[in-house]
Design a protein around this ligand. Structure first.
Ligand SMILES: *[C@@H]1O[C@H](CO)[C@@H](O)[C@H](O)[C@H]1NC(C)=O
Ligand SMILES: *[C@@H]1O[C@H](CO)[C@@H](O)[C@H](O)[C@H]1NC(C)=O
Ligand SMILES: *[C@@H]1O[C@H](CO)[C@@H](O)[C@H](O)[C@H]1NC(C)=O
Ligand SMILES: *[C@@H]1O[C@H](CO)[C@@H](O)[C@H](O)[C@H]1NC(C)=O
Ligand SMILES: *[C@@H]1O[C@H](CO)[C@@H](O)[C@H](O)[C@H]1NC(C)=O
Ligand SMILES: *[C@@H]1O[C@H](CO)[C@@H](O)[C@H](O)[C@H]1NC(C)=O
Ligand SMILES: *[C@@H]1O[C@H](CO)[C@@H](O)[C@H](O)[C@H]1NC(C)=O
Length: 466
């Protein structure tokens, strides 16, 4: 993709600025290399493990021991209260979080002397045990082929479905028939020949991309050029499902993420740095895309409309340029910087900072940042229910309180397009096989409803599973 002129001026390599003190960060991270979604259950591969581990090592050198060390954070032995690590209920994402943490806080061997004088040492050279807590949003996302399957937001599903009715979609679907037909042999029966079309643009690219990394090439393997074309089509497909400027609810996962970023950084500020200073959430590429759209990042670089690479990370760094020795800074001295790295971050390839909200500066005052995110952040269950047009289950309470207008909106959101939603589910079940289909329609929804009722909150981090 082309890099627009001026990008280099807008984005600066985010090296450590010795004058600044980092007070806390919120990080959103993609999983590492995995097996294809079409062959559920999807697993993290050895390569993927290595990628997230490397990223963990990089962020260790940035935020725990380097010049951008987070104020007051433990360098070697983890202090659990300083850290909040979350992932949806999903094997690939949870395992990625654990692999990352092994790089972030490597083993520290400590000998313990017991009352009877015996000395014990911890297993695995003192591997540090760090809980990965679960969040409601995005459950099962890596086994799901259709973007909004990981959301239970009624209006977002309807909105994403309407992508399939758009002219953009129809043009691409009809204009790429021959291309997709030509790669049927390469897909090698992983999905049926009639499923190989732009309609399943991401699934098809995913199968071939995973094969290009893991399988020996065969005479039918697509050329690099073809694979790149398929990737660009997959990008258009996923962007179409993840974001539409005239229909913002499509980006609901980005709105929820914005709410989590705000609540995390606000708690760092209100506790004057004693609440988790390093929040790390693992999640799907779709959430990156929805967030990028909402934060106007494609205005900086068109590349933000593409699917991010494995083990990509974005970070919101809360920092100050004020003298750190005079206590926790006043609100007017707080600033935020947005950083992104496409693929595994490492010492030799560090994240870059970009301006948010269509602005010019890579540093925002906390107040401007908060105002910008608040324009689209979902920060409460009530807000979620209203925007999603959901009126039953954990949303019933709000539907009653807000009266008839609300439930009308709810009904309007659900009924006309429910056929389309069901259509997408059925297609997906065909693509992924019956077992996965049953899980998507039944299992995940049930689990998340039950847990939502228990927790009474959507988009809020839930406590550690016992
Ligand atoms: C993922 O791992 C499970 C075993 O844990 C295995 O049954 C399954 O086939 C693996 N999936 C792929 C696509 O390799
Ligand atoms: C929201 O509504 C959709 C469609 O009716 C439903 O599938 C989903 O479970 C609901 N979510 C919640 C949290 O009630
Ligand atoms: C975006 O939303 C508008 C308004 O709902 C709709 O007309 C248009 O077709 C949508 N575009 C895509 C690509 O989904
Ligand atoms: C790649 O190899 C795996 C494991 O051998 C196989 O299941 C899969 O079908 C192959 N993919 C393609 C596109 O041939
Ligand atoms: C195709 O891509 C692979 C992996 O990126 C590379 O090793 C190979 O040289 C490329 N082939 C051509 C013809 O560019
Ligand atoms: C990340 O890399 C992928 C693959 O090269 C590309 O399609 C995408 O546009 C890139 N995203 C950004 C934000 O650079
Ligand atoms: C990365 O750089 C830091 C500081 O320059 C160094 O301490 C660390 O060992 C390096 N990490 C790796 C994996 O090379």
């Amino acid at each position: 993709m082309k890099v627009p002129a001026g990008l280099t001026a807008l984005s600066i390599l985010a090296g450590a600025d010795a004058a600044d003190t980092v007070l806390g960060t919120f990080m959103f991270h993609r999983h590492g290399d995995r097996t294809p979604k079409a062959l559920a259950p999807t697993n993290l591969t050895a390569l993927g493990y290595e990628q997230v581990y490397t990223s963990g090592q990089y962020y260790r050198s940035r935020y725990l021991s380097g010049a951008s060390k987070i104020r007051g954070i433990n360098e070697d032995t983890v202090k659990l209260s300083q850290l909040a690590v979350t992932a949806p209920v999903d094997n690939v994402l949870q395992n990625s979080a654990m692999g990352f943490l092994q790089g972030l806080y490597p083993p520290v061997q400590t000998l313990q002397t017991l009352a009877n004088g015996e000395s014990v040492s911890a297993p695995m050279d003192g591997y540090q045990l760090i809980p990965v807590n679960t969040i409601e949003t995005g459950a099962g996302s890596e086994d799901a082929g259709w973007l909004q399957d990981a959301s239970s937001c009624a209006n977002a599903k309807t909105s994403s479905n309407s992508f399939f009715e758009s002219n953009e979609y129809k043009d691409l679907q009809s204009g790429t028939k021959e291309l997709y037909e030509s790669v049927v042999p390469a897909v090698n029966g992983v999905i049926g020949a009639d499923q190989v079309s732009f309609k399943n643009g991401y699934i098809v690219y995913d199968i071939l991309n995973v094969a290009s990394i893991h399988n020996a090439s065969t005479p039918s393997s697509p050329s690099n050029t073809t694979l790149t074309t398929l990737r660009t089509l997959a990008d258009a497909h996923e962007w179409g499902l993840a974001y539409n400027a005239s229909d913002p609810i499509r980006a609901v996962s980005g709105m929820q993420l914005a709410g989590e970023i705000l609540s995390s950084l606000r708690s760092t500020i209100s506790s004057k740095g004693s609440k988790p200073a390093l929040s790390i959430q693992f999640g799907a590429y779709a959430t990156f895309m929805s967030f990028f759209g909402l934060a106007d990042l494609p205005a900086v670089n068109k590349d933000f409309t593409g699917v991010v690479g494995y083990a990509s990370s974005m970070v919101f760094e809360l920092f100050t340029s004020a003298d750190p020795s005079s206590g926790f800074p006043a609100t007017e001295d707080l600033k935020v910087r947005f950083l992104f790295h496409n693929g595994t971050a490492s010492n030799s390839s560090e994240p870059t900072s970009y301006p948010l909200f269509g602005g010019q500066s890579t540093e925002l005052s906390w107040t401007d940042f908060e105002t910008g995110l608040n324009k689209f952040a979902i920060t409460s269950t009530q807000q979620w229910c209203e925007k999603c047009g959901n009126a039953t289950g954990s949303c019933a309470a709000y539907a009653q309180k807000t009266g008839s207008t609300q439930s009308m909106a709810g009904k309007g959101g659900i009924s006309p397009a429910i056929g389309g939603v069901i259509g997408a589910f059925v297609t997906l079940a065909v693509v992924l096989g019956t077992a996965a289909g049953v899980m998507l329609v039944g299992g995940f929804t049930l689990v998340s409803k039950k847990k939502m009722a228990a927790k009474g909150a959507i988009g809020e981090n839930v406590e550690a599973k016992a």
